[in-house]
Design a protein around this ligand. Structure first.
Ligand code: GDP
Length: 444
């Protein structure tokens, strides 16, 4: 049956669970339960890598830890297999506790340290871890990435041979090669072969070796409150590192109780008795208290380191040899430097753009000024031309006025002359008329 929030709401309604405390609470206090209900449906994916010498009890411990035969007759533990190999092998199993599913993958490194040539014996392990990161990165960068199967290695249980002395060179080198890629939890295998004093001394020697050789083992999350339960618990776990463990797939009778243990002629070891070994502490730490933190650290630290390295390598490839990439550099530091470079480039580009902008504005203003001057000159010239034309017109007008006055005087003179002429003509006519009249009178 598929899960939907609506179905769940209907169920709750039927059971009359709704409105129960809606008057007092808004409801967000139920968020952890919502997360629990949601996550309960899908399995948590956890990958545990076990490494160390063959025959150190790796498969026995993993079986004891998860109360299951991860290694069975069909798939025996490394030391039971007929031939030893340096190939990394995985075994997946789906475990269920109450309503929570755990998809556990155990990655084994059989033959590690038992092959003739031990140089670079960590290589198949680092290759395996990086290949899983590569797969995850590829899936993440795909277009459709609804659910990416998480096959990344979340924890490495590093089994140390119970020599009682200190770390072997091969252990130091292997851990140094792994510590930037995976959460390492060191373990003293078959701790029942050491006396309590030897075991304590061996732990101290290993702790010193870890500090001296700067080996980074899994770091517990930080808690500020020194009085908190989590802080106290973490402190207890810290004192136990490396966990001295005893594994057993046998159920034996211990004081009337049936328990996982080992029986010897001189007594029995109850692997779940904290006075006998750190098996329970390791199991609680790994599964009960810090499994989510191991998942987070893998994702946020180790995978992130890988991703940065990978992406900056791609970036460096693209940019070419002019990028002074130092492959030994911490990828985060390199990213930071690249970021600074990038910011400096952007700033330079901004400055250049500002300069170009300013130059363009200056040119534009100069052009506008030149245009304005040109227009002013043209206007001045036009004004001068107009003035010239005005003066010329004024002169013409004056000349015309003079001509007009002269013409008027002339017209008046002509009129006068015509009048005088007319008068003279009239007088003449009158005199001739009188002459004629006087002649007529004389005739009569
Ligand atoms: P692996 O090759 O590392 O996986 O080792 P196995 O789990 O196959 O164990 C190898 C042998 O060591 C088996 O006979 C186990 O019964 C035995 N063994 C496993 N764990 C312990 C332990 O804690 N103490 C002792 N004394 N023997 C163990």
């Amino acid at each position: 049956m598929s899960y939907t929030p609506r179905k769940e709401m209907n169920l709750l309604k039927e059971k009359n669970l709704l409105n129960k405390d809606s008057d007092v609470n808004v409801g967000f206090s139920d968020l952890p339960n919502q997360i629990h209900r949601r996550t309960g449906k899908k399995a948590f994916e956890f990958t545990l890598l076990v490494c160390g010498e063959s025959g150190l009890g790796k498969s026995t411990l993993v079986n004891s830890m998860f109360f299951t035969d991860i290694y069975s007759d069909e798939f025996p533990g490394p030391s039971k297999r007929p031939s030893k190999t340096v190939k990394v092998e995985t075994n997946k199993v789906l475990l269920k506790e109450k309503s929570v599913n755990l998809a556990l993958t155990v990655v084994d490194t059989p033959g590690f340290n038992s092959s003739v040539n031990n140089s670079n014996c960590w290589q198949p392990i680092t290759d395996y871890i990086e290949n899983r990161y590569e797969e995850y990165l590829n899936a993440e960068t795909k277009l459709h990435r609804k659910h990416i199967p998480d096959n990344r290695v979340h924890c490495c249980l590093y089994f140390i041979y119970p020599s009682g002395h200190s770390l072997k060179q091969i252990d130091i080198e292997t851990m140094l090669n792994l510590h930037d890629k995976v959460n390492i939890i060191p373990i003293i295998a078959k701790a029942d072969t050491l006396t309590p004093e030897e075991c304590q001394q061996f732990k101290k020697n290993i702790q010193n070796d870890i500090v001296t050789h700067k080996i980074k083992t899994y770091e517990f999350p930080d808690y500020d409150d020194e009085n908190s339960e989590a802080y106290k618990l973490q402190k207890q776990f810290k004192t136990k590192i490396p966990f001295a463990v005893v594994g057993s797939n046998y159920i034996i009778d211990i004081n009337g109780d049936r328990k996982r243990g080992r029986k010897y002629p001189w007594g029995t070891v109850d692997i779940e008795n904290q006075d006998h070994c750190d098996f329970v502490a390791l199991r609680s730490m790994l599964i009960k208290y810090y499994m989510l933190d191991l998942l987070d650290t893998t994702n946020n630290v180790h995978y992130e380191n890988y991703r940065c390295k990978k992406l900056s390598a791609i970036g460096a490839d693209k940019i070419g040899s002019n990028l002074n990439g130092d492959s030994n550099k911490n990828p985060l530091q390199q990213m930071e430097e690249e970021k600074k470079d990038h910011e400096a480039k952007i700033k330079k580009m901004e400055q250049e753009m500002e300069q170009v902008f300013e130059q363009k504005v200056k040119e534009k203003l100069e052009k506008l000024k030149a245009n304005e001057n040109d227009l002013l000159k043209r206007q001045e010239q036009m004004n001068k031309d107009i003035e010239k034309q005005r003066i010329a017109l004024e002169e013409k007008r004056k000349a015309f006025e003079t001509e007009k006055s002269a013409f008027e005087v002339f017209s008046r003179d002509v009129e006068e002359m015509r009048r005088v002429n007319t008068m003279e003509m009239n007088n003449k006519e009158m005199m001739e008329k009188e002459k004629k009249n006087s002649k007529k009178k004389l005739l009569f």
